[in-house]
Design a protein around this ligand. Structure first.
Ligand code: AMP
Ligand code: MG
Length: 637
């Protein structure tokens, strides 16, 4: 059967895929648009100026139009008097001519009068009745911009294929042009999947938001093409086919996402094959394997993978070059940067587009949750790993293909989630990459030298945090004491729960394993168990929901608020902001483990100064507060 056969066809190598794509020609349409609509567009023709800019000799200063030779003897000590015979404002036609020994007051941008050949700045003059005193000599043409000095009539001011930005728009406007011909390459974008819902609408269970339509549209726009979003199409071959037909009618290129893997209902390659010619389906590159490239009557119809990180990776590697080629232009910003691997990366001997984060010129893997959108939130781009490579050594230079025009990250903060970290980011004005994955995993990231800073709240039997750090034998870091946080029970206002003992029999929403807050609750339950002459294991059997694992403080509060649980355990701020009751149980230390090697870099100095600042102390939300140890550095840990 045709259908099965296709799945066994060979994958195309990425080199071969690039060659095939190079051979595809897309012809953009040419459209004449008003200046207000051309930002980011590619200019379709050379533009020549039909006027001189400026169109007349003009003054570039406020002052007096003079004959330069009349000022040659003027000095600070012996100023020279000239007779002021009038004044010229910007936008006027001068009706005066200047004779020897005369001066005419002139504004910036005003036309130079007949007879004048220089302008003395007002700062170098003083006025006495109808005379002015010139205290400095000027040379011929001083402070005058001659006709055509900026742009000459007939000059080519913009070249075909330039990307139009603010500067280009300014140039066009100043030569009097209100419309230009630009290349219009309409790219249709279609997301497929029964599980997708549009951002802004309600997320019913089992659904996810459509990320691809928007991420791909933005990428298309960055390339200088025009994205046309067709929205979400259900996993129904007929409907997909119809929407694709419509997009093929209206666009010069069509990109779909999803339905390209060989699973049940993944039908994109069949649709593409039926409509036109399939050039390839599947590139032997991870994660791009499921990608279909076809052409329908000269219009490329491309099925991208559904996973958003994969879709963007494939777009950047294979589709963006096709758009640039078609528009005959180049990327508007650096799409590749060279950087140093901050940690070793293992590969599986297959060609791979590996998502990475870029922090101060160093590259870190952003691949820990393969298939999840969070990869996208943490990745700045990808590196390509060849099939021969099994391990990339730390310190090795690599080329990162960026996901768009990204802002560089100053500090990578991992570990426990806390609004105090957000406040630090706001007050330092720096760009943090915050990866909240719990205190324990923050410690692992530090042990593996993957993070700059880990926010930790791990109660031990002795010193807060120190014990856990010692157990992990972290040697490359110092511990900076942070602030204190009230931890307590979170219940709805009408709840009868008053203390830890009341937890028994109540539905709890617990935090994820590895979070310091969960570990703290465990410690408290341990103490309670001892008091009751039982064990924690026995005790928690009586707490339904104990095994749940909400990832954030906020999600705990949400579960309590919407009745999914009766009680949660966490910090005060979110509970209060959501109108819940907070029952304080204990106070803990939230500290920062910082990579020793970067203690002296400006970013970390700034972070520490901010942590110790009055501003920080006063702006912390309720239930979180600095104390005498805030900012204290423990070198030996
Ligand atoms: P598929 O190839 O359709 O099986 O999709 C692969 C994975 O990507 C699935 O987990 C989909 O839920 C996910 N996915 C597909 N399309 C989108 C989209 N537009 N936005 C976010 N995730 C998507
Ligand atoms: Mg799908």
């Amino acid at each position: 059967m045709e259908r099965e056969q296709k799945e066994f066809r060979e994958l195309t190598s990425s080199e071969e895929a690039r060659r095939m794509i190079k051979n595809i020609k897309v012809n953009p349409k040419i459209e004449t648009l008003l200046l207000e609509h051309v930002n980011g567009c590619i200019l379709a023709e050379d533009v020549f100026s039909s006027i001189d800019v400026p169109a007349f000799d003009r003054s570039v200063k406020d002052g007096f139009a003079v004959r330069a030779q009349d000022t040659y003897n003027a000095t600070e000590i012996e100023p020279l008097a000239l007779v002021k015979i009038g004044s010229i404002a910007a936008g006027c036609v001068p009706d005066l001519a200047l004779g020897p020994g005369e001066a005419i007051e002139i504004a910036t941008g005003a036309p130079i009068p007949e007879g004048a050949d220089a302008v003395v700045m007002v700062e170098h003059t003083s006025t006495e009745a109808d005379k002015i005193l010139v205290r400095r000599a000027v040379y011929i043409n001083e402070n005058i911009m001659r006709t055509g000095a900026d742009i000459m009539k007939g000059e080519r001011v913009l070249r075909r294929n330039v990307r139009i930005g603010p500067r280009e728009i300014g140039v066009l406007a100043s030569t009097g042009i209100s419309k230009v011909a630009v290349k219009q390459l309409k790219v249709g974008i279609i997301s497929t999947g029964d599980e997708l819902v549009q951002p802004g609408s309600q997320l019913y269970s089992g659904k996810i938001y459509d990320a691809n339509s928007y991420a791909i549209a933005a990428s298309v726009e960055e390339c200088g093409a025009k994205p046309m979003i067709y929205g979400i199409v259900k996993d129904d071959e007929r409907t997909m086919s119809d929407v694709i037909d419509r997009a093929l009618q209206e666009c010069s290129m069509v990109l779909t996402s999803g339905s390209t893997s060989a699973g049940v209902g993944d039908v994109m390659y069949r649709i593409i094959d039926e409509k036109g010619k399939t050039l390839l389906h599947g590139i032997s590159i991870k994660p791009g394997k499921p990608v279909v490239i076809g052409v329908v009557e000269d219009i490329p119809l491309i099925g991208l993978p559904g996973n958003p990180t994969s879709a963007l990776s494939i777009f950047n590697e294979f589709i963006a070059p096709l758009i640039y080629d078609s528009l005959e232009t180049d990327p508007p910003f650096r799409t590749k940067v060279r950087a140093i691997l901050g940690t070793g990366i293992r590969s599986e001997g297959r060609k791979e587009l590996f998502p990475v984060g870029l922090i101060r010129g160093r590259v870190y893997p952003a691949d820990k949750t393969s298939g999840a959108i969070t990869t996208l939130a943490e990745a700045d781009g990808i590196i390509e790993i060849s099939e021969e490579t099994e391990y990339l050594e730390p310190g090795k230079p690599v080329d990162v293909t960026l996901f768009g025009n990204i802002a560089p990250v100053d500090v990578m903060v991992v570990g426990g989630q806390c609004p105090g970290i957000d406040l630090l980011e706001d007050l330092t004005g720096m760009n943090f990459r915050v990866i909240s994955m719990g205190s324990s995993r923050g410690l692992s990231a530090m042990a593996g030298s993957i993070a700059d800073v880990a926010g930790v709240n791990l109660a031990g039997t002795g010193d807060y945090n120190l014990e856990a750090i010692r157990n992990m034998s972290i040697r490359n870091a110092v511990l900076v004491k942070g602030y204190r946080r009230e931890q307590g029970l979170i219940v709805r206002p009408e709840s009868s729960i008053k203390n830890l003992e009341d937890l028994i029999g109540k539905k709890l929403v617990n935090r994820n394993r590895g979070s310091g807050t969960r570990a703290l609750l465990d410690k408290l339950l341990e103490e309670l168990a001892v008091k009751k002459g039982t064990t924690r294991a026995e005790l928690v059997k009586m707490v339904p929901g104990y095994n749940s694992g909400s990832r954030t403080h906020r999600s705990v509060c949400e579960a309590v608020s919407n009745g999914k649980a009766e009680v949660g355990f966490g910090i005060r701020p979110f509970a209060e902001s959501m109108g819940l009751k907070f029952i304080p149980i204990t106070v803990e230390d939230f500290d920062f483990l910082i990579n020793k090697e970067i203690m002296d870099i400006p970013q970390v100095r700034k972070l520490l100064a901010t942590l110790r600042s009055h501003d920080f102390a006063t702006r912390l939300p309720s239930g979180i507060f600095t104390y005498e140890r805030t900012g204290e550095i423990l070198e030996k840990i």
